[in-house]
Design a protein around this ligand. Sequence first.
Ligand SMILES: Cc1cc2nc3c(=O)[nH]c(=O)nc-3n(C[C@H](O)[C@H](O)[C@H](O)COP(=O)(O)OP(=O)(O)OC[C@H]3O[C@@H](n4cnc5c(N)ncnc54)[C@H](O)[C@@H]3O)c2cc1C
Length: 481
Amino acid sequence: MTLKTVDDYRERVSKLRPKFFIGGKRVESLNDHPISRGVIEATAKIYELTMDPKYSEVMTAKSHLTGETISRSLHIHQNTDDLQRRLDMARMNSQKLGTCNYRCPGNEMLPSLAATTWEMDRDLGTDYHSRFNEYLKYAQKEDLVVSGSVTDTKGDRSKRPLDQDPDSYVHIVERKKDGVVVCGAKQHSTGAYVADENLILPGLSCQKGEEDYALAFVVPNGTEGITYIGQYNAYSVEREYAENLHYLGNPIYGQRETSLIVFDHVFVPWERVFMCGEIEYTQRFISRFAKTHRMNCGGACKVGFMDLIIGATELIAEYHGISRKSHIVQKITRMIQLNNTSLACAVSAAYMGKEDPPGSGVFMPDDAMSNLSKLNTNESFWEVLALAGDIAGGVAVTMPSEMDLENPEIGDYVSKYLKSAVPAKERMRIMRFLQNWVAGLHGVGTYQGAGPSQNEMLILYRVTDLEEKKRMAEELANAYY
Ligand SMILES: Cc1cc2nc3c(=O)[nH]c(=O)nc-3n(C[C@H](O)[C@H](O)[C@H](O)COP(=O)(O)OP(=O)(O)OC[C@H]3O[C@@H](n4cnc5c(N)ncnc54)[C@H](O)[C@@H]3O)c2cc1C
């Protein structure tokens, strides 16, 4: 068995010294900063769940390379059952954390790499697949956290990389005998600064002349030339200066944390390069990653979040004595309907999944259903947030703090006027938890993470066989006895 314990992970992460900045300040110790600490705690919880026999069917798998028991976070789907377990894992992890589980984006790139490197070796006679398998065996053996970054900074979106600052997309600046040198930056990289390794895929469907941008590789966290610049917002300030984490909406795990990763002449040895110049395969890398990511991160993960939002909203309705009122029951039912629709799409994406490309041994979710899963969630998540805010009332955003409750001069007022069917403290805790969602970062995060709606619409249109639908309609319209 190659699974590592939570203590192994904590020990590894305590030794990481990435060049990492947050709010304009260099972070020397990941463990001591309240924001990176939250990311570590969330990742650590995943290691705990993986070792818990109760969850082993969901959290572990058998490596197709070694036959060993490994974390499902490092597994390549071998059949549709694996796809189903993967989405079960996404949902459960979200329910347990209320934020990102940080092993997800990298995990969802691995099957795409397995499939596309296999295809490149078959078609071009390269050796990317064997390199990738060697890397995967290493990652599985050490049970590494691998972050995944595909999103370039892109600058002016109407221009190709060579028509603007060439560093707007990650690319090769030098090819050497022993590897390549890389410049550019990836943005919104979830949890990358506490991961063991950073996996990078091309974010652009490359054209002729853009060979330097057709690049996939993995590097250890903190490799020379890499700088991580953490996201910073009102929730960051709240966490950074909180006297007590209990005052926050998600005390231990916090918000979903990302960073800009800058690559300033980073050397990558050949054994960690999985694509280098094969422009015609970039689209396949991206779309295979996207459909896996949209079934899990875009779909099932957000189902787990909506489970929590629905639970918190129902609690508030009970605290306010309105849970049996007909319009509240109706609105809660609508939230359940939206959530289950997202779940149904993710489940059918797994159920209808197939080997892609045939012969590779890698199973991928169904194109249409995985994109639909994300597209539905983009819309339903906002509606669920709106309904939660509707039911919770204005106090979801106007409430004083638990610090006021603890202040001897005003604590009695807060206790008296913030109570409902339950004491003020109980109500304020759940209300703060709900505030984290309805007035937090998750609305835009859910919409943009794994790609905004237009991306899914494009694919849905492209993969739908309209000719076949036309033919069916014509056949019936022209039928006669
Ligand atoms: C919380 C969070 C976590 C994330 N985690 C990760 C991660 O771990 N790894 C990772 O790689 N990425 C991650 N992402 C990135 C995510 O996939 C992107 O945010 C998403 O793909 C959109 O890219 P963008 O943010 O650059 O927005 P843009 O690409 O600028 O899109 C904004 C709008 O502009 C439109 N648009 C953009 N370009 C064009 C064009 N050429 N023509 C017409 N319309 C256009 C889009 O349709 C959209 O409506 C994360 C994002 C979030 C919010």
